[in-house]
Structure formats: C-alpha cells, structure tokens
Design a protein around this ligand. Structure first.
Ligand code: HEC
Length: 714
C-alpha cells in the first residue's frame, strides 16, 4: 500500500468516513512561509533566508553570508535555471524563505521554486490582460512579492493587490488599488509588509494620475489608510493636514485635469526603532511644470522622501529633492537606512541617489539634509545649498524660458533608476548602478491631451534622438553606465567600473568581500567590495537588471539573478542600447560553488533585412509618420523605429507581415502584448506609419551596405 493510501485508511478508521484521496493529495507543496515582523527585524539571525525586498527593513541588500568569498568566487557555476513565461523586462528581487524562492516575471506572474534545485512548486498568473502594456510607461515589469504569515503578496500590473497562499499559490484575496478605474494606474513595485499591513503604491504619472500609497490589512485585505502625495481638487477640502500644506505649493488648478503625479512606484524602507516608514515619491504629471502648476511653487510632495507613521499613514516629515520638478526627477529610487559616523558623531541616516544626479544623506529621525553631492554629470543645478537644503538652479535645463528645447542632464532615465543599490557595513561603501545620460526636452505649446490610456502625456516633446546614425552614435557614446562604489561620508567614489551602456543591474553586497551585479551586456559579475577588482564574470544570455540575492539551503550558499532585458531604456531608446542582435530572454539563473548546469545558446534576432518595397510617401508625410510613430509606438518599438531587442524591430518586417500590418495594428496580436489601435487610427494613418517604417528599413539597408572600398594605393 502506498503511504497516501495508508494515511487514508487510518483516517477512515478514525473518522469513520473515507476522505477523498484528492483532498490528501492537495497537501501543501511548499512550507508555510511564516514570515513575521520580528523575523524580518532579526533577519541577521537567519542569514540563509532573504525575507523581505531589501533583505532587511533597512534595505541594505547586504548579506552576512560568506561561504562564497573573494577567494573562491571564481568557482561559481550555474546550480539551476528556469525560464519564465514572457521575454519582457525582469526586475524582481526574489524572496527566499526556508528553502523556497518566491519571485515574479513579466505580467506580474508569480513563481515558487525549490530554492536548491529550481523545481517549480507552483505558479500564479493574475491574468493581466496581455494588451495592457501600453498603459504603463515602461513595459509589464514587476519588482517582486512580499511574504508574510503564510501569504505571498503581488501587485498586478492592472492595479490589483493579490494575496496568495504560500503553500500552493491559490488566491486568498484581491483588492483593486486604483483611485479611478478609468485612469492608467499600474503597479510594478514590490509590496512591503510592516506591522501586519501590506503597503503598495502605483505608477501612471505619464498618464495623468494622482499618486498615493495604500495600506491593507495583510490578513483580510481590508484597506486601513491611504496617504496621497499630491493635493486633489482645490475646490474640495483637503483630505488631511499634509494635503493642506501641500496645496499651498501648487498654483492654479492645471494638475487637477492632469492628475498631478507623485506616484510611489518603487522604494520604501522602515525603521522599527523610530517607527517611521519612508516612501519615495515620483515625478509630476504632466512633466510640463507650466501646464501642471503655471511653472510656480514647489509642488509638494513630488520628488520627495516622506516619512510616515506606518500604523496610521500620518505625515511626519519630508525632504524634497527637486522642488518644482519638471524633468521626471523621481525620488522613488532605492533608499538605504544605515548608521554612519559623521564628523565623529553616530548618525541614523537615510541614503538615496535619485534620478536627479545628487547623492543625498539625510538624518532619518527628522529629514535634515546632512550632505548632497553629484554622482554623475548634472546640468540643472550647480549644487545643493546646505543652509536651505534646496538645489541651486543653473537655468541651463529650464525649457520654460521661451528659448525652446533644452538638453537636460541627467535625462528622464536618471543618473540612477530603479536598479537597487547596496550598502556594505564593512567597507562603508554604497554600490550604486549609475548612468550618464542626457536628453532634449521641448515644451508643447498646448497640452496635447489625448484622453486614452495607451498614450503617454507629458506635455513635452523629446526631440533629441535624431535619425542620423552618425549623431546617434555620438549620443550613444556619451551615454555611459557605471558601477560606483560611493563613500557616503566623503561623498565621492572610492572606485568605479565603466560599462559601455546605461541600464546595468542592481547590486548585492556580501560579507565575502563581494559585490554582485548583472550587466546590460548580458553577464553576471562579481567585484571585490573593497577594491573593485573584477573577480568573476559569466554570460547569462540577456541583459540582467534586477538586484541579485543570496541565500543558503542545507548549508550551501546560492546567488540568484533574475535575468531579462527590457524596461524603458531598451524599449524606448533602443538606438542607444547595445543593438538588437541578441533576443531578450527571461529566466532565473542561480549559481553555487562548483555548479555545472549550462544555459542554452542565446537566441539571435533576424540578421538580414528582408526584401523591401519602395516608399511611396513624400517627405512631409514621412515626417508625420515619424511624429505618430514616436508618439504612439516608440514606447515599445523604440524611437525612430529602432528596437533594443525586446519588442520586434519593425524595420525587419517581412513582406508577408507588411501584408497584414493593418490587422496587427488593429488588434490581431493583443494576446501577444501588441495593443489594438483600431479606435484611434484610421487605415490611412496606419499606412503613414507603415510608410515611415519602410523608410527606416531603407535607411538601415543603406547603412548596412559597406562603403565602397578605397582604390588600391599605387
Ligand atoms: C505596449 C507596447 C507596444 C506598443 C505601444 C506597440 N506595440 Fe507593436 N508590438 C508589441 C509587441 C509585444 C509585439 C510582439 C507581438 C508578438 O509577439 O506577436 C508587437 C508586434 C508588432 C508588429 C508585428 C511585428 C512582427 O515582427 O511580427 C507590428 C507590425 C507592430 N507591433 C506595429 C506597431 C505599431 C505600428 C505601433 C504603434 C501604432 C505599435 N506596434 C505599438 C508591443 C507594442
């Protein structure tokens, strides 16, 4: 008799009835994952687990594990790997509890794997409609789950917060977090759980939403509080004192129509001793400060770090990094809490390197600025005035001065974006995935507000990326990625590593004197934490952007990378990314000492251009085609129809696909992630788009033909 049948018989004897065998077979497939606040607060007692997003509530992404060290890291090989469902950007930080890894992929799909073998335990697909991608700025990405008292929480791209049973991934409850279901609210961030409440914000500031953070009871999903980050309609009473204060910093009421922005789309941190929750607040909606607030006022709490009481959502303090934000300078970037010795005194600090290019060290008890220095080239401000805590503007990036387009440094991609940094208490350094970027911004004369969800509305044109390949090459060379080992006390880099492009991965620091990082050029690498010496490098086939994690199972240390190229940089600015030779692929790749698993060879994209029909549109029509393409399609297919290897490069469309072009644009591929534009574009418009794509394909063909070889020298 099989064990299961034995149990059934025993139960029959005890209960007098036979339980159906199926009920017994549905026994838990994963352990209970009983994570509590106490466990997270004492995470260092169980370094083999990775219990919350930044491992600890202070989000240091530092692991005390030291089986893998600077001495043996060369022996790291692949322990196991698992492919994910969709090959779009992967940004998740896995949570590892008692031998099980809980992680997410594109479309907010949740996966539970045996953390030692990679065996899939369960998978939960929230079934986000596949054509929703156009409702967010930066693809259907997700930054991971939270685990608490046997439940796994995921924020779905369409705005739902969902609780699953950690044992088998069955849905327990689901709430719609959107303020207004008619607006483009999305979720890409990882929830955090503090004091029995699940905290989640959202995205959508490029689509006219109002930002907030909501707390839900972790057991029931009942909403407990909501903190708005920008004021609502000034003709109605403000929701609370914080909103009364914020309202005074806005002018007119332009933002009411545009939403205001200030979405809390990524970073949070928590200090249990101070009982303060820190949230990072995003950019204005629209970017254009004139349309939003007549170009006046600080516009609280845009681009701010705000400290709240986690039980009530009550405001405690804020620090605004970019008053009157007008460049998409989110302060949603990763925040690290640490205790530093500053001028001989121990200080409880909060560190952030937001998009605006300054590295901030704040006193986290009260929000006081302790120091701020540039970590990449910056042209919008000369420095931060230490008396007022405010940036001193140069005017160089002020596109509202009537002089037209301005080059802004850093660009909207930021000196640092969502890729998490880490802090090593031993070296005292912050390992910061930084990037040098610049982009032109030009104000629109009238707000081109399109009341549809698939179109970004920022009130600015981004004309900076020309079609001319020589100019593009120049820009691409000036856009650099770097890993900075930043000394937060001296406010300068102790060492740095240069990368050929922006958009390299988040970092992990370990007690083995190591810093792990994924790279845009498709590698997993490790450096010596103290010197920056490259100690280990392995190809992983696709750009790796997410923050790696490390854990142990049965005493053996693993390092896991969530691999998968995508998000705003390759999707929108494909021209500046490494080119589309390798197709993006999404998978988990986990390493251990002596691992021997191998990856399949990378998938290559089309090498040769298919035969091209002649362009029949005139130059003026092609110009309209370019504007339409860059307004409607470039968010995924890349500016000027050059893709970064994630979404198809339309210059390579075959004659057969050109035949069915209208059908595809009208919705034939919605199930594969291509939105339907049937409601928006007339067949004539679609033909203009197709002509533009053809024109770009011919331009590529001309570029690919090698220049005639010089005559042989006499
Ligand atoms: C939200 C992202 C998104 C936007 C915006 C978008 N697309 Fe797509 N598109 C996709 C994805 C994803 C695919 C791949 C679908 C598949 O795998 O079949 C695709 C495929 C296509 C294809 C077929 C390509 C092929 O090789 O099979 C065409 C043609 C196309 N898109 C045209 C457009 C045009 C024109 C626009 C603008 C009007 C546009 N797309 C806007 C995501 C997008």
């Amino acid at each position: 008799m099989k064990p299961l049948q034995l149990i059934q018989r025993a139960l029959t004897l005890v209960l007098g009835t036979a339980l159906p065998l199926a009920a017994l077979q549905a026994a838990p497939s994963a352990p209970k994952a009983w994570v509590t606040g106490q466990r997270i607060q004492q995470a260092d007692k169980e370094p083999g687990n990775w219990l919350s997003h930044g491992r600890t509530y202070d989000e240091q992404r530092y692991s005390p594990l030291k089986q893998v060290t600077d001495g043996n890291v060369k022996q790291l090989g692949i322990a196991w790997t698992q492919k994910l469902d969709w090959d779009f950007g992967v940004e998740a930080t896995p949570i590892v509890v008692d031998g099980v890894m809980y992680t997410t992929g594109p479309y907010s799909i949740v996966y539970a794997f045996d953390a030692a073998t990679g065996k899939p335990l369960w998978r939960f697909d929230p079934e986000v409609p596949r054509d929703k991608g156009g409702e967010g700025c930066c693809s259907v990405v997700n930054r991971g789950v939270a685990v608490w008292e046997g439940k796994v929480y995921v924020g779905a791209f369409d705005g739902r917060l969902i609780a699953l049973d950690a044992r088998h991934g069955k849905k327990l409850w689901s709430v719609d977090t959107r303020l207004d279901p008619n607006k483009s609210y999305t979720i890409t961030g990882a929830p955090r759980v503090v004091k029995g409440q699940v905290l989640i914000g959202n995205g959508g500031a490029e689509f006219g939403v109002r930002g907030y953070l909501t707390a839900y009871d972790a057991r029931s999903g009942k909403p407990s509080w909501r903190f708005f980050t920008v004021p609502g309609d000034p003709s109605k009473p403000p929701e609370n004192e914080a909103m009364r204060m914020a309202l005074k910093t806005w002018d007119g009421n332009g933002w009411v129509k545009w939403g205001g922005g200030g979405t809390v789309w990524d970073a949070m941190a928590y200090d249990p001793d101070l009982d303060l929750l820190y949230i990072g607040v995003g950019n204005g909606s629209p970017f254009n400060y004139q349309f939003r607030s007549n170009g006046k006022g600080d516009n609280l709490f845009l681009s701010s770090i705000v400290a709240l009481r986690p039980s009530t959502g009550e405001y405690v303090w804020h620090y605004q990094t970019t008053p009157g934000e007008m460049w998409d300078y989110t302060a949603t970037q990763h925040m690290i809490l640490a205790d530093l010795q500053i001028e001989g005194k121990p200080r409880k600090v909060l560190m952030q390197a937001p998009k605006n290019g300054f590295f901030y060290v704040l006193d986290r008890t009260n929000g006081q600025l302790l120091s701020a220095e540039k970590f990449v080239p910056v042209n919008w401000a000369s420095h931060i005035d230490m008396k007022t805590g405010r940036p001193v503007l140069t005017g160089a990036a002020n596109y509202l001065d009537g002089q037209g387009m301005k080059i802004v440094m850093p660009s909207f991609l930021g000196g640092h974006n969502w890729q998490p940094m880490s802090y090593h208490p031993g070296t005292g350094l912050v390992y910061l995935p930084a990037q040098e970027t610049a982009a032109g911004l030009e104000p629109q004369k009238e707000p081109m507000f399109l009341p549809i969800r698939n179109v970004v509305n920022i009130g600015l044109d981004v004309p900076s990326l020309p079609e001319d390949p020589a100019v593009v090459k120049q820009i691409a060379q000036s856009w650099k990625g770097k890993l900075l080992a930043w000394d937060p006390i001296k406010q300068k880099a102790a060492w740095q590593v240069d990368y050929p492009t922006a958009w390299n991965g988040g970092t992990l620091a370990t007690a083995g004197n190591l810093v792990f990082q994924g790279t845009a050029d498709g590698r997993a690498v490790a450096y010596a934490a103290d010197t920056g010496k490259l100690l280990w490098s392995m190809p992983v086939n696709s750009g790796a952007m997410a923050g790696p994690v490390t854990y142990t199972v049965k005493g053996e240390q693993y390092v896991a990378f969530m691999v998968g190229w995508g998000g705003s940089f390759p999707n929108i600015t494909g021209q500046l990314s490494l080119g589309a030779k390798v197709k993006a692929e999404a998978r988990v790749v986990t390493f251990k000492l002596g691992g021997t698993t191998t990856l399949p060879p990378p998938k290559m994209t089309a090498a040769a251009l298919p035969p091209l029909e002649t362009v029949t549109a005139d130059a003026a029509t092609l110009q309209i085609g370019r504007t339409m393409f860059n307004g409607l399609c470039a968010n995924c297919h890349g500016l000027n129809a050059v893709s970064g290897g994630v979404v198809p490069d339309l210059r390579y469309l075959t004659p057969e696909k050109h035949q069915i072009f209208l059908g595809i644009v009208y919705g034939a591929r919605t199930a594969r992630g291509m939105p339907a534009f049937s409601g928006l574009l007339k067949p004539d418009d679609v033909e203009v788009l197709r002509q533009y794509i053809l024109h770009r394909a011919h331009a590529l063909k001309a570029e690919l033909i090698p220049a005639a070889s010089p005559p042989p020298s006499p």
